[in-house]
Ligand binder design. Structure first.
Ligand SMILES: Nc1ncnc2c1ncn2[C@@H]1O[C@H](COP(=O)(O)OP(=O)(O)OP(=O)(O)O)[C@@H](O)[C@H]1O
Ligand SMILES: [Mg+2]
Length: 282
C-alpha cells in the first residue's frame, strides 16, 4: 500500500459489553474525500478516535502507508502526516491567525529536521526545533521556509486580510477556516475532519466544500465525519455508512444513498429524509 493511504483493518473497540466499533475495514486513499455517516451512537466518533490515536483498538490495526500506527500517540501520528481538526477549534486564542498557522507548520518542520539525524519521533520535538532553525539558515529546510508555507495557505484560503487578527476575536466561521488552514500548514498526507461544518452558515459551508475539493486535488486524502449529510454527500468521492458499530454500506455516494439498509435505518432521520424527498421530487 503506497504512502499516504490511511487504512483501518478489522478494527474493534469495546466499552464493557458494548461493541462501539465492530470489525470495521476502511480505506481513505490520497487525493480522495472519504465520508463517514451514521445515526447517533453508530460508532463514528469512536472509529475516528481509533484513526487519530485518541483511542486504541481492542483488535485490528491502523495503517498509514505500510506502517502500523495503531499504538502511536496522536501527536506522533500528526508528525507522520495524519493531521486532524477538532470539533471545537483548538487555536491559541491570544495569538494572531498567522502565528497560529506557524505553530501548525513548525511541527512538521522540526520533524523533518529530527528525521535527518535519525532521531525517534519522540526525540524530534526536543531537538528538532533548534535543528530546524539551523537548516533554514543553511537553506536546507523542506518545501521552502515555514513563513512561505503559511503565506501560501493564507492566500489560498482567502485569509490574508485577517493574518494579523488575534484568533480569539474571530467569529465561528472564520475560526473554523483558520483551524483548517493550520492543519494544511502541517502539510498533511491525510486530513481527518470531525464535524468541520458545525456552526457554519450556508455560504461558509459552500466555501468549505470548495476548499476540501481543492485540497484533495493536491493529493491529500481527506476523511470527513459530519452531521451535515448534504455536505458529506455533495463533496465525497466515497462514503462509509455505519450502524451499530458496523459498516453496513460503502462506495460512491449514490450507491450508499440507495442502499436498502441505509435507507431504512439512516435516511429515516430528519435531515436525510428531507434531502431524499427533495431528490425524489426533482
Ligand atoms: N467512552 C465511552 N464509554 C462507554 N461507551 C461509549 C464511550 N464512547 C462511546 N460509547 C458508546 O459507543 C457507541 C458509539 O458511540 P460514538 O460516539 O462513537 O457514536 P457516533 O456515531 O459518533 O454518535 P453521534 O452521531 O451521536 O456523535 C454509543 O453507544 C456510545 O454510547
Ligand atoms: Mg460522534
Amino acid at each position: 500500500m503506497s504512502r499516504g493511504v490511511l487504512q483501518g483493518v478489522g478494527l474493534v473497540r469495546r466499552y464493557g459489553g458494548l461493541t462501539a466499533v465492530d470489525h470495521v475495514d476502511l480505506v481513505a486513499p490520497p487525493g480522495m474525500i472519504t465520508g463517514l455517516i451514521g445515526p447517533n451512537g453508530a460508532g463514528k466518533s469512536t472509529l475516528f478516535s481509533l484513526l487519530t490515536g485518541v483511542e486504541q483498538p481492542d483488535e485490528g490495526q491502523v495503517l498509514l502507508g505500510t506502517t502500523d500506527i495503531s499504538r502511536m500517540r496522536p501527536d506522533i501520528r500528526s508528525r507522520r502526516g495524519l493531521v486532524q481538526t477538532f470539533q471545537v477549534p483548538s487555536l491559541f486564542p491570544t495569538l494572531t491567525v498567522a502565528d497560529n498557522l506557524l505553530v501548525g507548520a513548525e511541527n512538521r518542520r522540526r520533524d523533518y529536521a529530527g528525521g535527518l539525524l535519525g532521531l525517534s519521533a519522540q526525540g524530534r520535538g526536543r531537538v528538532g526545533r533548534t535543528l530546524a532553525g539551523l537548516l533554514e539558515r543553511t537553506g536546507l529546510a523542506p518545501k521552502g521556509p515555514v513563513d512561505q508555507v503559511v503565506e501560501e495557505v493564507l492566500a489560498s484560503l482567502g485569509l490574508s486580510d485577517i493574518r494579523d487578527t488575534v484568533a480569539g476575536t474571530l467569529p465561528t466561521g472564520a475560526l473554523r477556516l483558520v483551524e483548517f488552514a493550520r492543519a494544511l500548514c502541517a502539510q498533511p498526507d491525510v486530513l481527518l475532519l470531525d464535524e468541520p461544518a458545525s456552526g457554519l452558515d450556508n455560504a461558509e459551508t459552500a466555501k468549505l466544500a470548495q476548499l476540501l475539493r481543492q485540497t484533495a486535488a493536491r493529493g491529500v486524502g481527506i476523511l470527513i465525519v459530519d452531521h451535515d449529510v448534504d455536505l458529506v454527500f455533495s463533496v465525497v468521492d466515497q462514503v462509509y455508512a455505519m450502524v451499530g458499530g458496523k459498516v453496513v454500506a460503502s462506495g460512491d455516494p449514490q450507491t450508499v444513498r440507495d442502499d436498502p439498509t441505509v435507507r431504512s435505518v439512516y435516511l429515516a432521520q430528519a435531515p436525510l429524509a428531507a434531502a431524499g424527498q427533495a431528490q425524489e421530487k426533482s
